[in-house]
Ligand binder design. Sequence first.
Ligand code: ARG
Length: 492
Amino acid sequence: MTQNQSPNPSPKPWEHTKSGSGSGSDPLAARFVSSLDYDKRLYTHDIRGSIAHAQMLEHVGLITADELKEIERGLNEIKTEIDEQGDAWPGWKVELEDVHMCIEAALIEKTGDAGRKLHTGRSRNDQVALDIQLWVYDALYGSESGYQSSLDYKLTSLARSFIKLAEDCGHHVMPSYTHLQRAQPIVVGGELLAWAETIKRCIDRVHACYEELHVELPLGSGAIAGSSLPLDRDYVFKILGKLTPTHNSIEATASRDVAIDFVYALTMTSMWLSRWAEQWIIYSTTEFGFITLDDLYTTGSSMMPQKQNPDMLELIRGKTGLVYGSLMALLTMCKGLTIGYNRDLQEDKRHVFTAYDAVCDCLDMATRIVKTTKFNEARIKQGLDRGFLDATSLAEYLVTKGVPFRTSHQVVGKLVQMCRDKGYEKLSLLKLEDFNAVCSEKSGKTLVENDVYDWLGPENVVKRYQTAGNAGVSGFEQQLAAWKERLGGGAE
Ligand code: ARG
C-alpha cells in the first residue's frame, strides 16, 4: 500500500460514495469512460499546469514549501519517466480514466500526503480546460520540441516555398482562369503569390485564434462554481505567462471555444490546401502540362507502367474531409449541452488531435512538393495565343480612346467573333481597318491606331496592368518585395 493511504475498495481513488466497487470494476465501463488512449498526449501540459497550481497553493499557504518541493520533484520525475517510456509507462491505467488521474495517482505513490494536496481547489473540469489551452498554444507556436514543430512555422515554410518558386520562375507568362476557362494573361508569380497570400491569411487566423480569443486561462474555476479557498488566480497566470484569469467559472469549464476556434483555423488551412492541390493536379495533366511534379511526389500504377499519379496532392485534397469532419464533430458535440461541464466534452481532444495531425502532415508534404515542382515555360508559351486572353486589354485600350466601356466590350466581342469566323487564333492578326470597321459601327468613330498592337498579345498585356495587387509584372514585383521584407532572411 502507498504511504498514508486508507484502504479503498474502488480502483478509482475518488469514488468514495459508491456502494459497490465502482465503475472501474467493469472493464467495459472502464474502457468506455476512459480518454487515456488520446489524452496521454497532454501529459507535459498537465504537469506544467499542476506545478503552477502547486506553486500557487504554496504562495497562499495551503501547502508548505516542503510539500511544494515534494510535488515538484514527483511531477518532474513522472515527466522524465513518461518522456522515456511513452506508452509503456506503468502509470497508465485505463481504470483511472484519464491523463490527469494517472499522473495524480503516480504522484501520490511517490509523495503520499503532499501529492494528495495537489488537487486542492481544483477539478478535472478546470484542469482539462487549462491543458487544452496550453496544448493549443504549443501547437500554434511550438513547444519543448521546438518552433519547427509549430503550425506557425509549418505555414511560414510553405509560404516561403511559394515565394522561392516565384523568385525562380515568377516572370513567365501564363493564362489565368475563371470558371476554369481562359481569362486574362498573368505572370506565374502572380498566381504563386496568390497561394502565398492564402497561407498568410491562415497564419493570421492562427495568431488571432490565440492572441485575440484565448488569452484567458480557466484554472481556478474548479468544477463549476469556483472555490471557497483563498486561491490566487492571478499568481497562476503570472507563472504561466498569460494575461488574465477567465471571468466566469461556469463558462470557463463549459466552453470548448479554444478547441473549436483552433480546428476552424485548421479547416480553413485544409480548404485552401485542397484548392491548391486540385489546381496543381490539373496543371500536371498531359492536357495542361504546365508543371512537372518531382518523381518523389508521384506514384506509379500497379497495372499501367507509364503512370505518374499525383497521389500526394490527391491526399492533401482528400484529407480535407477528415479535417472538416473534426470541426463538425466538435460543433455537434457542443450543440445542446447544458452550461457546465458534461462528459461529452471529453471527446474534444480526439478531434483536435486528428485535425492537427492531418493538417501538419499536409503542410509538410505541400512544402516539399512546392520546393521540387517545375513550371514548364515552353509548354505554357505554346498555348498562350489561344483563348483571346488579351480581349479585356483591347477593351481597355478603347476606353483610353474615349469609348464607353460597355461599348468597347461590344466592339471587342464582335472582333473576337470576326477572328473566329476568319479562323484567326489571335486578335493581333486583325488589321487596323478591321478594328476601325467594328469600332465605327458601334461608336460612330474610327479611333484605333497602330499603338493598339502594344495592347495585344499576352506578353504585352502582363506589362500593362497598373492596379495595386495586380497579377502581372508590376503587381508581382511589388508583392514579391513585400513578401521578402515580411519574411526577412533565413529562408527555409
Ligand atoms: N477526461 C475528462 C475530460 O477530458 C476530464 C474531466 C472529467 N470531469 C468529470 N467531472 N468527470 O473532459
